[in-house]
Design a protein around this ligand. Structure first.
Ligand code: FAD
Ligand code: NA0
Length: 453
């Protein structure tokens, strides 16, 4: 064992990737540091650990989960597949390209269950505050064991923050909304379409949450869905029953007014207005301050905090790539902590960060964003022994996915892709996505099932 200690905050896909990265080094017979991981929920999986709760959790902590029932992957699984653990290896059968939430959660757990990762994780434990002790070059972290209602502290030489950034809602105010008589909620608190059956729904925002919640509510029987965008529309071929409108102005009771002078009555409003990067346990000088973008400032290689080289953030980017990006980041962070990747001087790091940020500023389309993140992953992979996979091909799949969605938002999840890891071609799901109301693992994996008529 190397003689330093690593603390990991969060056991979602990012924190688990960090554990997996160290474990794979250990399996090769190489020494690894002492590792401890702390997770405020009672299980791992982060967002994929679905909860029915809203507001606060069992122990009164702000609730992490933003996941909802009937959520199916919004991108092909072939674009997020772990390079060292395939879907075929996990399920022992071919499956479709867009699995539901429970199936993806099962896949995440399959890989980590092969290791003794659970031994490193303390659940029901929340990071409360972090200090950096300059002369010792150590972090002092104060935790609360929520179950025992006890406070304790630990010291670490490196601190890895994997707490996600789709949990704390961005809640803008719209004049008159306080008098809206129906349900008003943020996407963070949306737990499924059931309660919106037969309702006229207004969604504010024009990104993934608005798109997916809108389509789900349409599928599950909302009377109408209107998506109000601020900057630009999502721009799909919407079916009758879903439409986009520019710029919400204000509310008068149940009527929403738009800047083009039109008005419409609604039964419920869901603010799909994004999330804040929020780190209530970090002091100002260690806090990552960014909006949801592809290359946050102050993170060298998107991972190492530039004002404290021993502080590492995983998964803080806006995400086309997800699980495989967290892996490539974790492998990079591991080799950096193990001293295998030297850190250039701060001036050079600032220059490199600026170059990436300038490049991001030049991106305009979804395809540009995909290319940007593809290049980012390729750069990270060039430093480590993360199993090589054809990232360019994954980039092409993402571009096809963008086209599929644009062509038909209701059936893009029926399309199939081929794994770049093991060459497995996905199977068409037994039931078309629009007709499939049962998203359970059992139903999903049922082979030879007759499609619903
Ligand atoms: P998270 O999954 O958010 O995990 C962070 C963990 O940190 C949590 O377990 C949390 O409890 C813990 N934590 C937070 N604060 C503390 C603290 N102070 N102390 C201790 N523990 C703490 N990605 C896809 O690839 N496909 C999809 O279809 C998809 N759908 C999504 C749908 C929704 C509604 C949302 C919100 C996200 C979706 N994502 C999807 C993106 C998702 O964010 C990533 O897949 C992934 O979960 C991010 O992993 P993470 O570990 O970085 O963060
Ligand atoms: P997300 O859609 O929750 O996805 C998070 C949106 O909010 C932008 O459209 C922005 O508009 C809008 N907005 C912000 N303030 C506003 C205001 N005052 N008035 C009107 N609109 C406002 O958040 P973002 O950040 O993408 O968009 C914010 C993540 O959740 C995604 O990355 C995705 O991975 C995940 N997700 C996945 C799924 C599925 O897989 C479903 C939901 C969410 P503007 O004007 O700034 O463009 C199925």
């Amino acid at each position: 064992m190397t003689n330093f200690k690593v603390g990991i905050i969060g056991a979602g896909p990012s924190g688990l990737a960090m554990l997996r990265a160290f474990e794979s080094e250990q399996k090769k017979g190489n020494p690894i540091p002492e590792i401890k991981c702390y997770e405020k929920q009672d299980n791992w999986g982060g967002m994929w650990n679905f909860t029915w709760r809203t507001g606060v959790g069992k122990y009164g902590e702000p609730l992490h989960g933003s996941m909802y029932k009937y959520l199916w992957s919004n991108g092909p699984k072939e674009c997020l597949e772990f390079a060292d653990y395939t879907f075929t290896e996990h399920f022992g059968q071919t499956i479709s390209s867009y699995p539901p939430r429970e199936v993806l959660f099962d896949y995440i757990q399959g890989r980590i269950n092969q290791s003794n990762a659970r031994d490193y994780i303390q659940f029901n434990t929340v990071a409360r505050w972090v200090d950096y002790i300059e002369d010792k070059k150590q972090f002092r972290v104060i935790f609360d064991n929520l179950k025992k209602n006890e406070t304790f502290e630990e010291f670490f030489d490196y601190l890895v923050v994997g707490t996600g950034h789709f949990s704390t809602p961005n809640l803008p105010y719209f004049k008159g909304i306080e008098n809206f008589p129906g349900a008003v909620m943020h996407a963070h608190d949306f737990r499924g379409a059931d309660q919106f059956k037969d309702q006229r729904l207004l969604l504010i925002g024009s990104s993934y949450s608005a798109e997916d919640i809108g389509v789900q509510c349409y599928k599950h029987g909302s009377k109408s869905v209107t998506i109000a965008y601020r900057t630009s529309p999502i721009g799909c071929n919407w079916p009758d029953g879903i439409k986009e409108k520019a710029k919400l102005s204000h509310f008068e009771d149940s009527i929403a007014y738009f800047e083009d002078g039109s008005q419409e009555e609604f039964d419920a409003v869901i603010l799909c207005t994004g999330y804040q990067h929020k780190f209530p346990f970090l002091p100002d000088n260690m806090r990552l301050k960014t909006n949801n973008c592809l290359y946050p400032d102050d993170l060298f290689k998107g991972v190492i905090f530039n004002h404290n080289e021993r502080l590492i953030f995983l998964g803080m980017q806006d995400q086309y790539y997800t699980f495989n990006m967290f892996d490539t980041q974790a492998w990079f962070a591991r080799d950096y902590m193990l001293g295998k990747i030297p850190l250039p001087p701060k001036k050079e790091r600032i220059k490199e960060i600026k170059k990436w940020m300038d490049d991001e500023a030049l991106t305009k389309t979804g395809e540009d964003h995909v290319d940007f993140q593809t290049n980012y992953i390729k750069d990270l992979m060039s430093y480590t022994n993360y199993p090589n996979f054809n990232v360019d091909k994954v980039g092409s799949m993402f571009k096809n996915w963008l086209k599929d969605k644009e062509n038909n938002i209701l059936n893009y999840r029926d399309q199939i892709y081929t794994s770049v890891i093991d060459g497995t071609q996905a199977e068409t799901h037994h039931t078309a996505w629009m007709d499939e109301l049962d998203d359970s693992l059992e139903n999903y994996l049922e082979e030879n099932k007759e499609p619903a008529i």
